[in-house]
Ligand binder design. Structure first.
Ligand SMILES: [Fe+2]
Ligand SMILES: [Fe+2]
Length: 450
């Protein structure tokens, strides 16, 4: 049934018209198609950056890439907002073409982090060229709302480009062989891109496209076998302690409320857990990726805010031990557990500890640490909301239909089983009693010592 507001029919009636004059100007439907082409590229890029984070050892690069993966996701959101207003809209079941996915997977199938940054720079150049081209075609009055969204997308263009450029400047700068490989890699990704440009217009062409042989046998990312971290960060390799962070060998701040700040710094592992899931899970509705990217970015920010405060106090990373993010197999086999453990155990049980730490920091006159905890609490509240919505949806991906409540209880049961301190017959009861359960899972801090 159509009414006067519906002009889908009009769009179709004239779609076959091949007039050059009509091709010269963008109709609403053409605008939507152009934006969708960019949207899927931004999403593919955002996901691949996230997937590469655990494969990159340098801490500063990891956290910056966390914010950049979020930024490209934010670009997806801007494009999505405008596409929703245009004919055809965008649906939860829509997904990127195989051609887009294959192109981006190939371009990012690099041998190491140096190759990754070359690929990222290359894709940025291609994306900006497309945005510039489109901007010139958009009617400044008719299509002003599109221009408005693209202006937001392009706002951080120069800072993004310059940072990525700097990461490529000295990569393999001491190696003749490494430099040769990077040059070959650049040529290879350009040839992959040429195929994308020539064939992404139609499905038939895409299916018939012939790719050049992939240059790299064992790409270092996305999703490495094991998450990497710079050697200056001593690894925590003991068995996981009975209660989180109770092993005194992890931190020189164990007997102080300042331990809270060390715990924030360790949230790199939470960022990497989420970045791996964000990369690995395909074909979810776009709002899932919006929330997950925000959650991931927040955890990298939490690590940064902890690290910054430790450094302001004069501590160095070698005075602590650090836990790595999950490896490839773990993510593939246990993404539901990784997500529900993080949200239902770590985050849900963390509120009390964080609130008490904020109070203690105020009491000791440590304003910066107190405010750090306050901002964290704001973020964490949202994370629990995200988990309420998306946790059960993630389980559907693993062919399991469960409610949020069941997901939370399953996570608590797993943890109690692992602790081996509660008789099996009492576990189910305890798993339902959230505050008491948290007492088993997590430890209190030395709130009265600074
Ligand atoms: Fe956090
Ligand atoms: Fe969180």
């Amino acid at each position: 049934m159509r009414d006067e507001k519906d002009f889908e029919g009009l769009q179709q009636k004239t779609a076959a018209d091949k007039s050059v004059l009509k091709k010269r100007y963008l109709r609403p439907v053409d605008t939507s198609n152009e934006l969708k082409h960019l949207l899927w590229q931004e999403l593919a890029l955002s996901k691949l950056i996230a997937g590469w984070i655990p494969a990159i050892p340098v801490y500063d690069q990891k956290v910056r890439l966390g914010s950049l993966s979020y930024l490209h996701n934010r670009n997806v959101k801007c494009l999505y907002e405008r596409i929703k207003e245009l004919p055809g809209g965008i649906h939860d079941s829509d997904w990127m073409s195989d051609m887009t996915r294959e192109t981006f997977e190939r371009v990012f199938g690099a041998a190491n982090e140096y190759g990754f940054f070359v690929s990222y720079l290359f894709i940025l150049k291609q994306l900006y060229a497309q945005y510039d081209e489109l901007m010139m075609r958009l009617d400044p009055i008719l299509n002003a709302p599109t221009i408005d969204q693209l202006n937001i997308v392009l706002m951080e263009r120069h800072s993004t480009f310059n940072w990525v450029l700097e990461q490529t400047r000295f990569g393999q700068g001491n190696s003749e062989e490494g430099t040769r490989q990077l040059l070959e890699w650049e040529e290879y990704i350009a040839s992959v891109w040429a195929i994308f440009q020539a064939n992404s217009g139609s499905d038939a062409q895409a299916a018939a496209a012939v790719w050049p042989t992939h240059l790299v046998k064992d790409p270092a990312g996305p999703l490495p076998e094991k998450a990497k971290l710079e050697p200056k960060f001593p690894k925590y390799s003991e068995e996981r302690p009975q209660k989180s962070y109770t092993d005194t060998s992890m931190s020189v701040l164990h007997d102080s409320v300042k331990q809270m700040i060390y715990i924030y710094a360790t949230e790199l592992f939470a960022g990497e857990t989420l970045s791996s899931i964000y990369y690995y899970i395909d074909r979810m509705p776009l709002p899932f990726y919006f929330d997950l990217a925000r959650h991931m970015w927040d955890e990298f920010r939490h690590s940064q805010m902890g690290m910054r405060r430790l450094q302001q106090w004069g501590y160095s990373v070698d005075q602590f031990k650090w836990v790595g993010g999950p490896g490839k197999q773990d993510v593939k086999e246990h993404f539901t557990e990784l997500y529900s453990n993080l949200t239902m155990l770590g985050e849900a049980c963390g509120f009390k500890k964080k609130r008490k730490s904020a109070e203690a920091f105020w009491k000791f006159g440590d304003v910066l640490s107190a405010i750090t905890c306050e901002f964290d609490l704001i973020d964490e509240r949202r994370h629990i909301d995200f988990a309420t919505t998306w946790g059960p949806e993630l389980y559907k991906k693993a062919d399991m239909i469960i409610t949020f409540q069941e997901m939370a209880e399953m996570a608590r049961m797993r943890r109690l089983t692992e602790l081996q301190t509660v008789p099996p017959e009492e576990m189910a009861k305890l798993a339902k009693n959230f505050p008491v359960f948290c007492g088993f899972h997590t430890s209190e801090l030395a709130y009265d010592k600074y």
